[in-house]
Design a protein around this ligand. Sequence first.
Ligand code: SF4
Length: 747
Amino acid sequence: MAFNLTRRKFLQTASLAAAAVPLSKVVSAETGVAKKASLEAKGTMGDTTVVGGVCEMCFWRCQLTGKIRDGQLMKLEGNPKSIDNGMSICARGNAGVKLLYDVDRLKYPLKNVGKRGEPVWKRISWQEALDECGSKLKAVVDQHGPQGICIFPHGASATYPMHYFEHAVGTTNVSEASFFQCRGIRDTAYVATTGKAPNETVDMANAKVIFLVGSHLGENIHVSHIKGYIKGLQGGAKLVVADPRYSASAAKSDIWVQIKPGTDTAYLLAIMNYLVKNNKYDKEFVAKHTVGFDKFSAAISEWTLDKAAKECDIPAAQIKEVAELLAANAPNVAIHPGRHVSWYGNDFQRERALACLTGLLGAYYVKGGWIDPINAKLGKPGWPKHEHGNEHNLNFVSDKKVYPFSPPGTPTELIRDCAISGKPYPIKGCVVWGQNPMQTIPKQEKMKQVFNAMDFVMCVDVMPTDVTMWADILLPESSYLERHDFIKTGTGKVKADDKEPTQFIAPRMPLVAAMFERKDQVYITNEIAKRMGHEKDIPAQTLEELVDKVLEPAKITLASVKAEGGIHLQPGQSPYGVPDDFKVQLFSDEVAAAGHPGAPTYKAVEGVPAGHARLLYGRAPVHTFNRSQNNVWLNHEMPDNPVWLNDEVAVKLGLKNGDTVGFINSEGVKSRTTTTVKVTPGIRKDCVYMYHGYGSANPLMTAGVGKGVDDQSLITKIAIDPETGCHGMRNNFVKLTKDGKTLDIPA
Ligand code: SF4
């Protein structure tokens, strides 16, 4: 059938992605609605090209064009004007067409006339849905105050409503998964160390050494980022990867450090101690741009190679080899700060250690090192911020922060505890916008308790993800291909040999009109705001008006950018050259004053109990967690998440490749579904590994439901990072189950 004809090229794309070369330039498409004719046979993939698309199959926001025929989107490509992703988009980006036309997408406002968690949906009008959302949320505020509302937002479309509830309504009970279960620790650790939040744009393209701790680039794919990584490797950069698993990065590495999970900070401290003790650090940079060197070097002095080797279960000689390699190539070393770093509850200190190591090597603001690209300045119009104080901020007790280096918002666990206990105050209204807390936040039973404690739960989403089963009112949102939205900015080069970089500004524009009754975030939020009594605060009547206000400082408009091909280019500035006032807090008085170790410090994590293996998880190359599980192209490429099991362990358990297994964790929680075994020498014996986001529970996700195992359902033990309040999620231990029997993992 036509699908097979067109899918061939897509398969090439996906397999390239899986092989860590995710730079597809060709892809097939079909309408996904009704038309099933062979598009390739017609010799063209669309009659009209529409510019201005910005991908949101993941957060990276590659710039797109769309091929349109008869009003339908046939194919997505990279925008030829892009100096970011260029013409390349990854497998997920290509498969955006299938999200757009997914038959399971939410189409109309729905009211749950059954029970939360076991919904019975009734289609209602927007008028009725908005009236109910506005009146129920207002009733919560009137009875309990603005703090009676909590919000779990995610994604570009959630920013506007999040700011409405924070700024106009006045709740601080906001928890973003991207902060509290993902990268927030990294951001606040780097801010505490350097005053700058990092992003992934370490200058890998020009590095002599790329240094990764746990980052599995190649499975974790963001186009321009991976292009920089590949360019660096092609240019001869050495790759050092610390990972308990033979990841896509480990497979390309010059040095694979098969480290014991949870001990990364000890490894980093030993490298730094070796550099200091052997005078192999950048003395000039340290003298001019660091603070607290003496206290720092004294604090880490116990971390000899031998001590770290024992703790990390790796050879001392290998740590020395890594340290020597870094020193020999400094300062052109790209110490990657990672992205999802909420691992063990000791993560702030590990991220501090990465930032300090970069400083010891003098690798800030240099070619091949950590850089801070200077992007175009844009406006920040939005909801006027009313003064609400910290009286009801759960992260404050007597004006002192519980978690002093918490990311923006309130740590999730504080919100959940308050919602369930009613102390120190009731939380009775919940807004979930684009996030799927059932699969982003650990302890699913606790999340259910939160929803059951609410007077009202409202969800806004594109797909019927698991959390939507807990909504009272469920609103269908337009997808990223159907709406305007906030803006991707960055820097790049128009020509490879350009001396100076160019800045780009790419506002998201719709490639097709929204179908059915889907609405954008500004419409939905404004209508609720009117019903809650905040009409006078509304900052823009439409999303287009809002985006135009954001663009004002650059003296451009949506219309002018569209005429330019969807991307505005303007002269940029070099990211190299250390600012005089830039300082790296090797020893941070601020961290010490807050009651935490001022120098990066290792805290051992809980060991693996007898009979168990530590559960590790990560990103799949062709999925963005649960968000893409129902996408039929992506689901076809990776329909489930086989569990990686060490080959020697497998022999002892009598398991072979492809056997079907389930799981039971050390707290007695069983997986709802099963998956298959991937037997490999490429993982330590004390761990198992699976891709995150599988095993959807919602039967409305007809392609993704029940496929693979939901790793989050097994993450019931959490370790809270003491500095940030973020969740550490890799302290969970599992046994395998097969045919009703539980299999103890051999020691
Ligand atoms: S990396 Fe892939 S999924 Fe992410 S924005 Fe780019 S094309 Fe889309």
